[in-house]
Design a protein around this ligand. Structure first.
Ligand SMILES: *Cc1c(COP(=O)(O)O)cnc(C)c1O
Length: 218
């Protein structure tokens, strides 16, 4: 698993470069569009935290894998439809994409029903892109307050910067918002920019392509 070990090395180097303890940053291996056969070697190499963006696909791949590797931690990093909330709460260990009030309400209900109070992140649309999900930055504080009222265990913020932008200002904004909210966790940085995200305070980085190679959308 050379690409996996390379990413791990780059992550450690990025942390050390800015005087951070590498163990304060968790690598999420984003395995969407990749098969169980591609995921297994990464598990065998010791990786235990994975990210998937679709509930159905994750269920098909990870139900068996979670039985085989009980300490596997699965993060939902994609848009969550309200009709998938039940399955999502049953399968995932962390929900990173709380992005609107309807889904926050459904999650809170379902977590009570299943007695599974999963850590959640609020997804922030730091670029205020109209087509993109996420809470716009100026509404993040009031949205977080609503989530807390609902009883959600909000541990941090996540963002996906606009593809054509410099990521650094988006990461800096996310960090500023998390500080205002007194939230510890920051999920930011992907294959192309995770070292910058580490510099700017990421506690989780979500890396797909650099570990698994290109996704085949055909
Ligand atoms: C696909 C995806 C990633 C991983 O992107 P890469 O560029 O392949 O590393 C990270 N975060 C989210 C939300 C994703 O959907």
């Amino acid at each position: 698993m050379t690409s996996y070990s390379q990413v791990k090395e780059q992550l450690v180097a990025a942390a050390k470069d800015c005087g951070r303890d590498p163990s304060d940053i968790t690598l999420i291996a984003v395995s969407k569009m990749h098969t169980v056969d591609e995921i297994l070697p990464v598990l065998e190499a010791g990786q235990r935290v994975f990210g998937e963006n679709r509930v159905q696909e994750a269920k098909e791949k990870f139900t068996i894998l979670k039985e085989k590797y009980p300490n596997l931690e699965l993060h939902l990093i994609g848009h969550l439809q309200t009709n998938k909330v039940k399955d999502a709460v049953a399968l995932f260990d962390v929900i990173e994409t709380v992005d609107r009030i309807e889904v926050a309400e459904k999650l809170a209900d379902e977590m009570k029903k299943q007695n599974r109070f999963l850590p959640c992140f609020i997804e922030v649309n730091t670029g205020s892109e109209v087509q993109k999900s996420g809470i716009v930055s100026r509404e993040t504080l009031s949205f977080a307050a609503k989530c807390l009222e609902l009883g959600l265990n909000i541990v941090g913020l996540m963002c996906i910067p606009p593809v054509d932008d410099e990521p650094a200002p988006h990461f800096a904004l996310l960090k500023k918002l998390a500080k205002q909210l007194n939230l510890k966790e920051l999920s930011m940085g992907m294959s192309n920019d995770f070292p910058i995200a580490v510099q700017l305070g990421a506690t989780y980085v979500r890396v797909g392509t650099a570990i698994f190679g290109q996704r085949n959308y055909a």
